[in-house]
Every structure is written in structure tokens, then in C-alpha cells.
Ligand binder design. Structure first.
Ligand SMILES: Nc1nc2c(ncn2[C@@H]2O[C@H](COP(=O)(O)OP(=O)(O)O)[C@@H](O)[C@H]2O)c(=O)[nH]1
Ligand SMILES: [Mg+2]
Length: 261
């Protein structure tokens, strides 16, 4: 029997298993508290200005006006983060925000400039498309990408270009979540329709409806990002300790450590 750490069958949680809802609610709380620790780390106008980091990085991308700033503010329960990205000089830059309790950074959010804004000169657009593509292709610690799309537009051509860029990395384990923002503007039927269409287009990624206004999808997304940032749990084989007789059970150092938790 394989059980993963965090889901261990200890005596206390088999006799007093919390209901699924209670457990989900407390997990959502932990994820929300973690996201709330977000603080401005640095701004990088070009890739070479990005600090070398080893902690997991989660990038937010999307067309201008897709609701990216609102989404980041909502997830982190802060108004100042999006404000930081609007500061002159930081708008055409990758803005990094550190996450982690007690001032320790255990993950980073990267806010990439919105693309597709009509008023931006073509040269600048192309430059940014290149920077973004290079970032998504090469950033070593990139763990996941959240792409925000206006559900009334769905995945546009520019979104598709970026999806093509990251596809090989998604196949190698990079996490991808496409968020259909502003879902409060859709009827239930429209929402389900665009969800199915986008799922077909997002190849390998998760797709969710999200509304900052109606608070739809926030807990789910927060929990998902929290899981992305945790290192994958190594499976623990509990078969022996449950079924073996004491004379056959040799206690490993891991078992001893487990007991002391
Ligand atoms: N109805 C609705 N409007 C939203 C929502 N999220 C963002 N908006 C609006 O969409 C516009 C663009 O949002 P913003 O976060 O600045 O987009 P960004 O350019 O992608 O950062 C603003 O007018 C927001 O108020 C939402 O969940 N529901
Ligand atoms: Mg914005």
C-alpha cells in the first residue's frame, strides 16, 4: 500500500478523520496565507537582469486587459502588488514577487507584461514577444505558468504563440493553468462552452473559470499554486509497517523520524 506523506494513516487521523470539506477549507487557508506573504523582489527589463534563483517560479502571462493584475491582487489579497507592476519603468519588465513566511523566500511569482495592446509600437511588441518567449523557454527554475484569458476572446493568436513556446516544457512537467477570467460576465452555459473549447486548445494544461468579482475559483487556484511550489512528495511504502509482524520489521531511520513528527 502506497501512501504519500501528508496523507498518512496515523492512529489519530484514522479514528478522527476530518471531513473532506474541513480539510479543503484548511488547505485553502494555508495556501491563501502563503500567497498573502507576496512582496516585491525585483524588476528585470531584460532576461540578463533576472536573479539566478533555485526556488520554484510561477509566471503569470496574458493579454493586456485580461485581468492579470486583478487576479494577482486577488490571489495575494494585496492591492500594492499590481501597483508595483504599474510603476513607470516596471511596466515593460518582468516583476518578481517573493513568497514565503518569516521573510524566507520559498517561491517566486513572476508578473510578465501584458501583450497585444494595440497602442504599443510594433517594434516594442516584437521585442517583448521575444523576451517573453526566451524567458518561458529558458528560465531554469520556472515551475508553472498561469495564462489569463478573457473568456469572451478565448485563446487568441498571441496566447497560442506562447502556448506553442511552452508546450515542450509542459510535456516535461512544467505546470500550466489557463484561467478564463471575468467569468461573472458569462452565463453558466457560455462558461461551460468556452471551458470545453479552451480545454481542447490548451493541450496538457488545466483550464478553470475565474472571477475576482464573484470570487470564483480563488481557493482552487491558490491551492493549485501552493501544490506546484512544493517539491513532489516521494512515495512512502507503508505496506511493511502495517502488515509485517514485529520480528520482521526493521525500523529504518525514516520510520524513527516519522514517529517523532
Ligand atoms: N467583471 C469583472 N471585471 C474584471 C475582473 N477582473 C478584472 N476585471 C476588469 O478588467 C479590466 C482589466 O483588468 P486588469 O487586472 O487591469 O487587467 P490586466 O491588464 O490583464 O492586468 C479592469 O477594468 C478590471 O476591473 C473580474 O473578475 N470580473
Ligand atoms: Mg495589469
Amino acid at each position: 500500500m502506497r501512501i504519500y506523506p501528508g496523507h498518512r494513516m496515523t492512529e489519530s487521523n484514522t479514528t478522527q478523520t476530518p471531513s473532506v470539506t474541513t480539510q479543503n477549507a484548511s488547505e485553502a487557508k494555508v495556501a491563501a496565507a502563503w500567497l498573502h506573504t507576496a512582496r516585491f523582489l525585483t524588476t528585470a527589463p531584460q532576461l540578463q537582469h533576472l536573479p539566478d534563483l533555485t526556488v520554484p517560479e510561477i509566471a503569470f502571462v496574458g493579454r493586456s486587459n485580461a485581468g492579470k493584475s486583478t487576479c494577482i491582487n486577488t490571489l495575494t489579497q494585496q492591492k500594492r502588488l499590481a501597483f508595483a507592476s504599474k510603476t513607470p519603468g516596471r511596466t515593460q519588465s518582468i516583476n518578481l514577487f517573493a513568497l514565503g513566511k518569516h521573510g524566507e523566500t520559498d517561491a517566486v511569482l513572476a508578473d510578465l507584461p501584458g501583450y497585444g495592446y494595440a497602442a504599443v509600437p510594433k517594434e516594442a511588441k516584437l521585442r517583448w514577444q521575444r523576451v517573453m518567449a526566451n524567458y518561458l523557454r529558458t528560465r531554469p527554475n520556472l515551475r508553472g505558468v498561469v495564462m489569463m484569458c478573457d473568456p469572451r476572446l478565448g485563446i487568441t493568436e498571441l496566447d497560442d504563440i506562447l502556448l506553442d513556446v511552452i508546450r515542450p516544457r509542459v510535456q516535461e512537467g512544467l505546470k500550466l493553468l489557463v484561467l478564463l477570467t471575468k467569468s461573472d460576465k458569462l452565463t453558466r452555459t457560455e462558461g461551460q462552452k468556452i471551458l470545453s473549447i479552451t480545454r481542447l486548445q490548451a493541450g496538457g494544461g488545466e483550464v478553470k473559470l475565474f472571477s475576482a468579482l464573484k470570487k470564483q475559483g480563488i481557493d482552487d487556484v491558490a491551492h493549485m499554486l501552493w501544490n506546484w511550489a512544493r517539491p513532489p512528495a516521494a512515495p512512502v511504502d507503508m505496506g511493511e509497517s502495517i502488515s509485517s509482524t514485529p520480528e520482521h520489521h526493521e525500523e529504518s531511520d525514516d520510520d524513527k523520524a516519522d514517529r517523532s513528527l
